[in-house]
Design a protein around this ligand. Structure first.
Ligand code: PLP
Length: 384
């Protein structure tokens, strides 16, 4: 089956008792056992450990990523945290992309450091930096590409080869492009994390996460953490996300087309200083974007002349774009990472990695691109 078919059918079979075409929401804490000797005959005992609706979603995500199996979590951060807990021990060292979602940075630098685990933030856009950072104690390489919010890319094949040679697992946050556009396992990754809150759901309806493992051994370790820490996705969220995923390809293609049109408009606007979108020829890693992914995604950012104050005025002046955190939904969102998604990163570090005060992040949605462009145009025209 091809991707477009799998996104609809994988993991979901009609309900055997009623014929319901959609997997029902199995809103049940516990599952009745036929006898002590037949314990777990149905495969389920208690919804923290496993739930049929959540299972359908896990199977779908595993198939879409081409992994051995997946575990679904309450949020994307719970998914990332499960990878850290499963892979790391006190005294370990981790190589992590210097540009990552602010919550990932916070978890690494403000939580795990309390337990004697060292995270080294490395510019993984140059694979040699990863090789140079590896130590005997390195237990994980964690990359995010395209990275939130600067869209810096990591060459997944090159970094996977380096990690594999050192015997270190490589985990990729594939939230921005999803398996429809980017396939980390085919490029050598061992683990994939998702904030399913974003494109998988696509409708601003849930928060959720997933970890997909390449091997049964890795999946066992992740499942153990999922059950031990109780950070499992709920059946309601799994059900909603199961519906969202069915249109992933259609949404992503259209949102990416919209993003290209918005980026081209901004590129030609006299009040705009910088525009970044991997699909633009001017994007510094445009060639890598074309080489390792089949689409450019729907995230972009720009800076207006006049810096922070002018950027704030744009975010306040738009009418159709919505000032909010989150990304990947059908609604177009505009975000100021410095005060919103990446506030947890210290200002000097933000400046060093290119998250400037004036950076305006765009999550381009599914509306008519002409309306999105007209709204940005009126907001830019309103600048002094
Ligand atoms: C790339 C990326 N990874 C992980 C997360 C965390 O996901 P969640 O908000 O679902 O916990 C986010 C959230 O914005 C993200 O953008």
């Amino acid at each position: 089956m091809r991707f477009r078919t799998k996104q609809i059918h994988a993991g979901v079979t009609p309900d055997p008792t009623t014929g319901a075409i959609l997997t029902p929401i199995h809103q049940s804490t516990t599952f009745v056992q036929p006898s002590v000797d037949d314990y777990m005959a149905t495969g389920y005992s208690y919804s923290r450990s496993g739930n049929p609706t959540v299972r359908a979603f896990e199977e779908k995500v595993a198939v879409l990523e081409g992994g051995h199996d997946a575990a679904a979590f309450a949020t994307g951060m719970a998914a990332t945290n499960a990878v850290f807990l499963a892979m790391l021990n006190a005294g370990d060292h981790v190589v992590v992309s210097d540009v990552v979602y602010g919550g990932t940075h916070r978890l690494a630098s403000q939580v795990y450091t309390r337990f004697g685990i060292e995270f080294e933030f490395v510019d993984t856009s140059k694979a040699d930096n990863v090789a140079a950072a590896l130590r005997d104690s390195t237990a994980l390489v964690f990359t995010e590409t395209p990275a939130n919010p600067t869209l810096k890319l990591t060459d997944l094949r090159a970094v996977s080869d380096i990690a594999q040679e050192a015997g270190v697992p490589h985990c990729v946050d594939n939230t921005f492009l999803t398996p429809y556009y980017q396939r980390p396992f085919e490029l050598g990754a061992d683990l994939i994390v998702h904030s399913t809150t974003k494109y998988m759901d696509g409708h601003n309806a849930t928060v959720g996460g997933a970890v997909v493992s390449r091997t049964p051994e890795l999946h066992e370790q992740i499942k153990f953490i999922q059950n031990s820490t109780g950070t499992t996705m709920s059946p309601q969220v799994a059900w909603l996300t199961l519906q969202g995923v069915k249109t992933l390809t259609e949404r992503m293609d259209r949102q990416s087309d919209n993003a290209m049109r918005v980026a081209r408009f901004l590129e030609g606007h006299p009040k705009v200083a910088t525009v970044a979108y991997p699909g633009l020829e001017s994007f510094p890693q445009h060639d890598l974007a074309k080489q390792q992914a089949t689409g450019f995604g729907a995230m972009a950012w720009f800076e207006v002349k006049g810096g922070l104050e002018a950027g704030k005025a744009i975010m306040d002046n738009v009418r159709l774009w919505t000032l909010a955190e989150n990304l990947g939904s059908v609604e177009s969102l505009i975000t100021h990472p410095v005060t919103m998604t990446h506030a947890a990163i210290p200002p000097d570090e933000r400046a060093r990695i290119g998250i400037t005060d004036g950076l305006v992040r765009l999550s381009v949605g599914l509306e008519d691109a002409d309306d999105l462009i007209e709204d940005l145009a009126q907001a830019l025209d309103g600048l002094p």
